[in-house]
Structure formats: C-alpha cells, structure tokens
Write a protein that binds this ligand. Sequence first.
Ligand SMILES: Cc1cc2nc3c(=O)[nH]c(=O)nc-3n(C[C@H](O)[C@H](O)[C@H](O)COP(=O)(O)OP(=O)(O)OC[C@H]3O[C@@H](n4cnc5c(N)ncnc54)[C@H](O)[C@@H]3O)c2cc1C
Length: 397
Amino acid sequence: MLKLNEEVCIGCGICESSCPFAAIEMVADLPVIGDSCTLCGACVDSCDVEALSIETAESSGVADISEWKDIFVYCEFRGGVLATVSLELLGIGRTLADIRGVKLSAVLIGSETGDVADTLIGHGADVVYRVDTPELAGFSEDSYTKVLTRLILDNKPEIVLAGATAIGRSFIPAVATTLNAGLTADCTKLEIRKEDGALLQTRPAFGGNIMATIVCPAHRPQMSTVRPKVMKALEFDSARTGEIIDVEIPAALGESRIKVLESVVSEESNVNIQEAEILVSGGRGLESEKGFALLKTLADSMDANVSASRAVVDAGWIPYPHQVGQTGKTVAPKLYIACGISGAVQHVAGMQSSETIVAINRDENAPIFDVADFGLVGDIQEIIPKLIRKIEEKRGA
Ligand SMILES: Cc1cc2nc3c(=O)[nH]c(=O)nc-3n(C[C@H](O)[C@H](O)[C@H](O)COP(=O)(O)OP(=O)(O)OC[C@H]3O[C@@H](n4cnc5c(N)ncnc54)[C@H](O)[C@@H]3O)c2cc1C
C-alpha cells in the first residue's frame, strides 16, 4: 500500500499532478489517496522530500502469499469478437484450477459483451468478472492496465494468464510491472505444483535451443502469457453453471490518455494462418520468390493457405504475417505440408502440434522428417506439380 509520512510532507502537491491515474487529491495540504491508485510509484518518484513510500508484502516483512488464491484468465474481447486464445487459456486454466482445488475466473473487459460471459462459463470458467462499459469499447493500454490491475488487487488471484497476442503483449507487462510481479512470456507448457501452487512455466530459451521452466516461489500473482494455438480449449458445455459478477469501476479507471484518431486495417493483417485447416508452407528450398507461385497453385487446389519459414520471410519472398515458428505464429492445422523447409528447431516450435505433417525435401536427413507423419524425398519442382495434377484429377472425379 501507499504510505504517507505526514511529518515529512510539505504539502507541495507535486504528487497530485504526477499521478497518471488521478488517484491523489490534496486536502488541507495533505495528499489523500483514492481508490484508483494502482501503486505505480510515480508519486513516490516525484516526491522530493521522500514523504511517500510503497509498502509491499516483502518490505513490510510479511510476504504472505497464502492470501492469494484462484486463477484469473484475461479473456480478450475486441470489436465485438472474443479472441479464441481466451478459450484455450480457460482449457489449461481449468486443469490447473482442478489440480489446485481453486476457482477459475475469467476477466472480461470491454463494451457490449452480450452473452460472451456465458460462453466463458460453458468453456470452463467458474466465475466471470465482467467490466462492460462504453469507456472501454476501444482497447487502450492505460485504461485496460488500470482496470485489470484493480481487479487483481481486489481479488488476489495466485495465477494470471493472458494470450501472447498483440493486445496481451502490449498491456500485460504493464500490469505485471505495476503489481511488482514477474511475467513469463510465450509459455508453451504450464503445470502446477499442487502443494504450494507454484506455477511451472515452460518456454523456449537461448534461441529455442533449450526449454526453460520458470518458477516464481515467493511472490504473487504468478503471471504468464501463452501464444494462440498452444493450449487446447474445452468443448462448450451448455450445462455448466457459473457466477457472473458485474464490476463497477471508478470513472478514473476507464479514462485513457490515448486518443485513437483513426483505425486502418492493413491488408496483411487479413492473413490469419492460425485459423487455417490446411497450410502449405514454403522454405528456402523454393529457391526464389517465384517458387511461391507454384506453392499457391498447390494451396488453391485444396483450399489451403500459404505459410512460410523465417528464412524466406527474411529474404522478402513473402510478408511476415505468413511466418510460422518461434518468432512467427504458432499453428495447429489439420494438415501442414512443409515444402523445402529444413525443420530447424525454431520452425518446428511453431508447427509441431499440427494434426498431420507432410514434408517434401530433397535431403533425406533433413530434421523436418523427424516430426513428419509422411515424408517425400525429392525435388519440390517435380513433386509439387505431380501433387497438383493428382489432386485436380481426384477433385474432377
Ligand atoms: C532466435 C531465432 C528465432 C527464429 N525464429 C524462426 C521462426 O519463427 N521460424 C522459422 O522458420 N525459423 C526461425 N529461425 C530460423 C531457423 O533457425 C532457420 O534458419 C530457418 O527456419 C530455416 O529456414 P528454411 O528451412 O526455409 O531454410 P533452410 O534451413 O535453408 O532449408 C532449406 C531446405 O530446403 C531443402 N531444399 C532445397 N532445395 C530443394 C528442392 N529443390 N527440393 C526439395 N527440397 C529442397 C534443403 O534440403 C533444406 O532442407 C529462427 C532463428 C533464430 C536464431
């Protein structure tokens, strides 16, 4: 909590003007701290006479992590659409909550959320904290940070999970910083130690060459982001019941210092390889940008989308939204056809959950064959036209 040493305070009011959340009001020459304080520390830094300080559990000598329980999943809702990663996180959240014997709570922030809260319950949530107000219709880092931070401080969950999406990546680190918590980004596996609730957060490290498991034993909440398509959502169960809690927030929390002047949808953002059922993926074995024309014909012959390795994205043969892998997207289509891709660990990290993997490569020792269900050893310039002919014959028939 924020503490004031009245004997030292000179009533200058600098803390009031430095507070980004308008949480401080000067009354009778002394700062009064309001509900919207998020413990960001801006006032502490601005106070020349050191009259303000933040007392954390650790600094007060009572790091009582037992006060923190339950699991929070931030469920991303934007432009009337719930991000599918939210359901995937509820899936893993349900497993962790059951092992630990605690509640799984979904956090829904936005405007006009309709029956999304029921969807979240049907997919595993016991409780939905819903903050539905017109001020939060558009995403902005500062207001969403304040609202989620407030919900976490009020409810003290031991674990907070969020999607490693553009939105999650932009404001979840700010929430973690404000809470003085750690954050493990881009986890690929989450497990829990039943006895003490320690979250075992596994993610690639050192360029994807090792998998590191990160534990945060002495601080709560434990915060992780997970990429879309890494975890599995539970089937919707209309018989599931849960509690929906509508949370009223102080007006100051919903206010943002960011004004969105215009939103422009970029053509590239329409490429969503993560939703594709079939992906035909090209690598350096295509030899040039022109190789993608052949790949596109193969993709069109079976209503598939085209994706790629990083080598060809870096070469400028295809734009970044098509990239699969550790620094690209994680995909899990029904069928993934890797054409002229060697199968580097950073590429495999992004596609190994695909249901069926077919690899075409002229090097029979290429590592991609280690993860492939079917391997074709040969030149893609010969094999792909044959494949296209066969598919067209079958389709024609
Ligand atoms: C920190 C870090 C992050 C990275 N992130 C990613 C990532 O997100 N995604 C990613 O893909 N990579 C990533 N990489 C790069 C990765 O290590 C590889 O360099 C890259 O995946 C190689 O791409 P490639 O398989 O297309 O090319 P290559 O490794 O050059 O392989 C080309 C393959 O094509 C085959 N071939 C050549 N000609 C033919 C032909 N005519 N017919 C059939 N086969 C042929 C060859 O035998 C070879 O196996 C990352 C690297 C680092 C260090």
